[in-house]
Design a protein around this ligand. Sequence first.
Ligand code: BG6
Length: 501
Amino acid sequence: MNRTLPPCVFVIFGATGDLARRKLFPALYNLYAEGILPSRFAVVGVGRRLADQEAFLADVWAAIERFSRKINPELRESFLALIHYHRFDLADKTGFAQLAADLRRIDNERGTSGNRVYCLSVGPDQFEIVIDQLKEHRLVSNNDGAWQRVMVEKPFGRDLTTATNLNAKITGVFPEHSIFRIDHYLGKEMLQNLVAIRFANALFEPLWNSRYIDNVQLSVAESEGVGTRARYYESAGALRDVVQNHLLQMLTLVAMEPPVDLSSEAIRDEKVKVLRSLQPMTPAEIRRNTVRGQYGAGKIMGEAVPAYRDELNVAPQSTVETYAALRLEVPNFRWAGVPFYLRTGKRMPFRSAEIVIEFKSLPGVLYFRQQPPIAPNLLVIKVQPEEGVAIQFNTQGMGNNKGIIPVQMDFCQNCRFPSQSPEAYERLIADAILGDPTLFTRWDEVAHQWRYIDQIAAAWAENGAELPLYSAGSWGPEEADQLLRREGRRWHVYQPQNGSY
Ligand code: BG6
């Protein structure tokens, strides 16, 4: 695909918020530094927190210095010259009228042709206000060759009903092909790479099914706690915050059939088929196959950290889960009988997102009569912090050790050039400007994801009190280990001390 980005204005609602500072501005800066942004381009930031343009630009640059993967101070002036700040409360209609006038002026001055990406980086309670106002001020027309698109941050609803209502509101103003629903995990290099690893390797694809794969483990572990986001997190929890989106998206990429081509629709069609094959669990199955937990006080890298219930803006008796694990199956032709174990948690020992494919043992393996038994073959897709692929296979020990030992072959994509790997948001912003929706979630994906999660959330709500605590700095509640142990399996976690899983 031609990656020349067309002229446009990138409008950020919530430009003084946390996401804009941590992700959006550093990503825009890197796209600029690498010459990827179009020459006719501007950024308009709408926010409330900062008083004026000067304070805003100082804050933007401070955020870039802190969060960007690289920095060139010489680009400061020219990059900041692209940015305009609008301070108003989103409920204030005159603010939108001024914004509309300003956008027209910028189009004239910069030749941006009325093309716009509206990025909703505000709280979900404000999505609808912005959409209404964009409509009322005729900021979405999609005519005369100009286009306007909307990038919607998560959470996309809180359940299927609220997501459906939100979707109806947005599709009342923007056509589906102009809606870019963000799941930033899709922008991560190794998740994009997964399609290539699976379908470009004779080494893997023939084995990618229930005949050879014993189980699949998908983990998103974070060492951070809830931080300053408790107001949102208290109404979400790990299930809605990460399982509903990032983990189910990872699942679709691992499990999908080869698409007919690499177009966004073909890929998304295959992903939806995976979600459609998930069977709703009965309440008894939910009790048996899911685990929730909440972190208590503990230590992360030797440093004492508080319990979730002692964090800022968390209710002292909160029963919100900061950890979720589930065992599910994808009962289709390729995967029937293979367990998929998903887990995510805050305050885990270290940050790590990984996909582990565990292969079945060979029938003749008993021939070696070894204790402990021979380790399984593993294929590990390392999503972050290291990006790469590791393969664990068995070999004979050297010298006097004639036993079979597991060894790893490790491909590290980002360790040689640590600052070269683009952040997810760089790719996502460029794709939205380009109009390529492949790495965004289509409505039917979101709907199926909520349908599956809603039943678990409802069952959990009924048993809210059953919430095991785990110590910060551990791998979650014992019940999550039990989920695998009862089937003779275990979570594979990288052990830095001996370099194995
Ligand atoms: C976000 C969740 O979607 O993903 C956060 O809302 C979580 O709670 C974050 O911390 C993890 O993203 P990353 O890219 O840091 O792994």
